[in-house]
Design a binder for this molecule. Structure first.
Ligand code: FES
Ligand code: FES
Length: 155
């Protein structure tokens, strides 16, 4: 039995230690906000935070999450930065189909927690691993800037 700290609460998980964290979250605990895209660390749909850092839950074994704080999209609004990011996403209507968006929000929140006023290059570096088949990249960038308070005011 493994105990994981997820969204501030302890959860007992009866799964093999090499089970991907994504399966534990979605199938075992029913936290389906975190999405499965590729299963190979290529798309970012499964991004969660482990001690505040963005990780790919599809390739992170549950054993790697023990003793750490796991945060998923379900609780991101309990974080001041995450709440700002979600609000910016809503204001700018970022999602299209929405499938990649939990991962995008988790990656953007991790970026802003580490760097409150990111440059375009910072945004590129932090977000390039999160693929959006609908091509919402322009709105994602704008929403990150809005959440950071760096949106240019047009004359
Ligand atoms: S599902 Fe994990 S990176 Fe694509
Ligand atoms: S909004 Fe559809 S994949 Fe990103």
């Amino acid at each position: 039995m493994i105990t994981l700290d997820i969204n501030g609460k302890p959860h007992q998980i009866d799964l093999p230690e090499d089970t991907p964290l994504l399966w534990a979250l979605r199938d075992y605990l029913g936290l389906t906000g975190t999405k499965y895209g590729c299963g190979m660390a290529l798309c970012g749909a499964c991004t969660v935070h482990l001690d505040g850092k963005p990780v790919r839950a599809c390739v992170t074994p549950v054993s790697a999450a023990t003793g750490k704080k796991v945060v998923t999209i379900e609780a991101i609004d309990q974080d001041a930065t995450g709440k700002k990011v979600q609000e910016a996403w809503l204001t700018l209507g970022v999602p299209q189909c929405g499938y990649c968006q939990p991962g995008q929000i988790m990656a953007a929140t991790a970026l802003l927690k580490q760097k409150s006023k990111p440059t375009d290059a910072d945004i590129d570096a932090a977000m390039s691993g999160n693929i959006c088949r609908c091509g919402t990249y322009t709105r994602i960038r704008a929403a990150i800037k809005q959440a950071a308070g760096t949106t240019e005011v047009k004359p």
